[in-house]
Ligand binder design. Sequence first.
Ligand code: CAA
Length: 410
Amino acid sequence: MAFYGPERYVDMVDLAHARSIDPAKFVKGLGQEQMAMATPCEDTVTMAATAGRRALAAFDVDPAEIGMLIIGTETGVDHSKPAAVYVHELLRLPERCRTFETKHACYGAMAGLTAATDWIAAGRARGRKALIIASDIARYGIQTPGEPTQGAGAVAMVVSASPRLIAFDEELYGDYTRQVMDFWRPLYSKYAYVDGHYSIACYLDALSGALADARDAASVETDISLEHLDACLYHVPFVKMARKAHTRHWEFELRQPIDEQNPTGQERSMASYQQMVAPWLSLNSVVGNIYTGSLFLSLIDYLRGLTPEREGRRLSLFSYGSGCGAAFCVGHVSDGASRYRQAIDPQHHIDGRRKLSIDEYERLLHACEHVDESDIDDVELSQPSAWDLRGEIFYMGTRQHIRQYSDRSL
Ligand code: CAA
């Protein structure tokens, strides 16, 4: 696995001051400290390709070994052409490769991961590996309720028959789907439309639904009760959501509501949250919502802190995509996984980011609105030099309606 995100971020205290809001609402109420901000030169493709390149290099995987590439994204760059095919070229993957993009809001990468594990289990991989990349830019716009829950980044995962980090239980899986209008983004809009509080309720209902389906699939060996799990990882649109999710998980298990009428339940669920969820949310708190990748960013946080004693333990993963679709599954940590904790730790990259002033952030968002529309030579802001970026792969705008990418490593 590898994470890559934009080189710029916004501090939530600065944003709160600019919006005349008590900073405690963003920092404590939502649990967010910073949010990553993509410049016009960074898009779903550049972040996915960079994360993919890092994952292959960190785990010494030859691109020739990849037989399947899936990009899960809410932020596709074309109505027709998948972001995956640009990434396929940038990573120099073989032509004998199944390549496509999956979309279901934040659930797209989980759908891709399931397709990859099924491809391997069905025997079609013929010893090859799959590369699944979650890549997104969460944009709600200036002065909207969703503004403090933006972010951007990509998580790349190599899937193989002999995983070095985590192996998924094959039989155990819980699915959930229901048509709801909690969050959507019409084809003509760069910004998401959202019914924020309703989206939280839909997320929690989907968690109960996916858990019920998974429980029906569980056996004595694949028991999903919390006492058999080391960690519970959830989709994290903002950090506080994971706490709400874990409370619902407890309610599901105890079959009773956890509220002011049940102080013991509240206390126990909070203690469990502190032990099984909170330790793996620090990356999410400084990156923000990365839609498809948010759950897997929490998984990277878990794996980067792994000690040998945790190898073999089981953890649950819950993915939620608005609209809505959800999945609950369980994996166990592979023997020897703790050896890779430095290889997947993105802290060096996070520490190297530069803070934007609120004025710069607002100009940046406006610049991103127009970068796809003009010819490359008209758009000064689509030059990496305009943003002083250090990465390798950049989006340079369009030429005759064709997206242009540059790769400094060539
Ligand atoms: N000090 C401490 N806490 C404070 C506070 C203060 N001064 N002021 C408010 N708070 C707390 C509130 O009590 C609340 O906490 P609880 O939920 O625990 O009660 C929290 O801060 C947020 O306050 P509000 O609910 O009043 O905030 P809001 O109405 O402005 O909107 C939001 C919050 C709905 C999350 C909004 O930011 C939003 O719409 N975000 C986008 C949608 C989203 O992320 N939905 C998540 C589920 S859908 C999904 O997961 C898919 C996806 O990725 C989009």
